[in-house]
Structure formats: C-alpha cells, structure tokens
Design a protein around this ligand. Structure first.
Ligand SMILES: *Cc1c(COP(=O)(O)O)cnc(C)c1O
Length: 227
C-alpha cells in the first residue's frame, strides 16, 4: 500500500470510531481530501484508493489539476478565499464552494455558472471565533446572507463552513463546533434543504464529528505535511 492509501484507511477508521463513540452513522460524514500544494500523482493515488471528493484553495493551481485529471467522477470543492475577479473561473470549474462570505461574490458565482451544469453547491463561511485575521461572517449575519443567496437560481445553498482557532485538547476544540452546530440548526429551520456542516481538519476532526460535522476537510493526515 502507498502511504496515501494507508493514511486514507486510517482517517476513514478514525471517522468511523468517532461516529460510533458519538452515536452517529459513519456514512453521514463525508471525507474531503484537501490536496492543495500536492501533485496530481497524489490525487491519483487517493482516487485509486476510492477517494472522490477533493478540496483546493488556490484557483491557478486547482485549474491545472482539474484540467489535468481525466476522471469525470471527482467532486471538486473550492475552500480558499475568493477574489471576486476569480469567481467566474471558480464557478465554471468547481462543484462546491465552501468559502462564500459576500453577496457580491455569490452573485458573480450565480451569473457565471454554466447553464448546462447543475447549480453550484454553496456553504457560507462563518468566523466562529471572531478572529480579525480570518475570513467569514459573524453568526448573526448568516440568515440575512442565506436569504439572499437562496434566491439565486444557479446556486444551491447547502450549509455552513468554519475554521476555528487552534485549540489543543478535545473538550476545548468542541466549543466552537458546538456553536456552529447551533447556528446550523437555526439555518435549517429557515432553509431546510441545508444538509452540510463543513468543519474539522486533521488536528480537530474528532471534536468536529462529536459536534455534528457532516464533512471533514483533511489535508495533512492524508497527504503528509505541506512545504
Ligand atoms: C488546508 C486546509 C484544510 C486541511 O488542513 P489540514 O490541517 O492539513 O488537515 C482544511 N480546510 C481548509 C479551509 C484549508 O485551507
């Protein structure tokens, strides 16, 4: 087995173990492999090991990979910051965007979504720890933005994404994820089609699953450290 195949098996097992510990069904948690900075050959190894959802942060890099890989059943997720002049390309290339935080960008994504493709799946990024250095909206701004985005025909609002501040221990890690889960439930009351809560990375995946994450974004634990 390649390292990547081994790592994937180990991450999948950790997801299953945490789901069982939390009384959740493992198939309700999607594993997104974050392949930023890694070569196409790594994506290919993960694909051969059964992985289908891949996440990228940088448009130029992602464009080369998406166009360079022939598998048509890969689901591509854009998880990086969005400059509005890049939203055109993002909307053409990707199936999901996790990092929407402005209506202007959402309108661009809607306008440039190719009509022959299904609507682009959208998550709103929430700055759950209100860190000045981080992207994302405040919790109280979720519903107003969600209401506007729900009216854009080429977008499909699916839920929320967050990147909390780094915390070391499990119980501390759960706090921001719990707040996200509450915000997600409030959103679902107004927008019942929302089914995706994107939270948890290599270092805090288990705490995120314990608080209801439906999609974990894992880079390092699958592909190794980035340069
Ligand atoms: C890089 C990145 C990840 C993956 O982080 P790891 O710690 O390597 O698992 C997840 N989400 C986002 C938004 C990222 O930029």
């Amino acid at each position: 087995m390649s390292n990547i195949e081994n790592n994937l098996a180990s991450v999948r097992q950790k997801i299953i173990d945490q789901c069982l510990a939390s009384g959740r069904q493992p198939e309700k948690v999607t594993l997104l492999a974050v392949s930023k900075t890694k070569p196409i050959s790594d994506i290919e190894l993960a694909y051969q090991a059964g992985q289908r959802d891949f996440g990228e942060n940088y448009l130029q890099e992602a464009e080369k990979k998406i166009n360079g890989i022939s598998h048509k059943d890969i689901i591509w997720h854009y998880i990086g910051p969005i400059q509005s002049n890049k939203s055109h390309k993002i909307s053409e290339l990707f199936d999901w965007v996790h990092s929407v935080e402005r209506l202007k960008v959402a309108k661009h994504l809607d306008k440039f979504r190719p009509p022959h493709k299904p609507p682009l799946n959208i998550l709103l990024q929430v700055n759950i720890d209100q860190e000045p250095s981080k992207s994302g909206i405040d919790v109280q701004d979720i519903l107003p933005l969600a209401d506007e985005i729900a009216c854009l025909p080429q977008l499909k609002l699916r839920g929320l994404m967050a990147i909390p501040a780094i915390r070391k221990d499990f119980e501390a890690q759960r706090e921001p994820f719990k707040k996200m889960q509450q915000a997600f439930q409030t959103l679902q009351q107004q927008h019942p089609q929302c089914d995706t809560l994107s939270m948890g990375m290599s270092a805090d995946m288990q705490a995120a699953i314990a608080e209801g994450s439906t999609l974990v974004r894992i880079g390092t634990a699958i592909f190794g450290a980035r340069d």
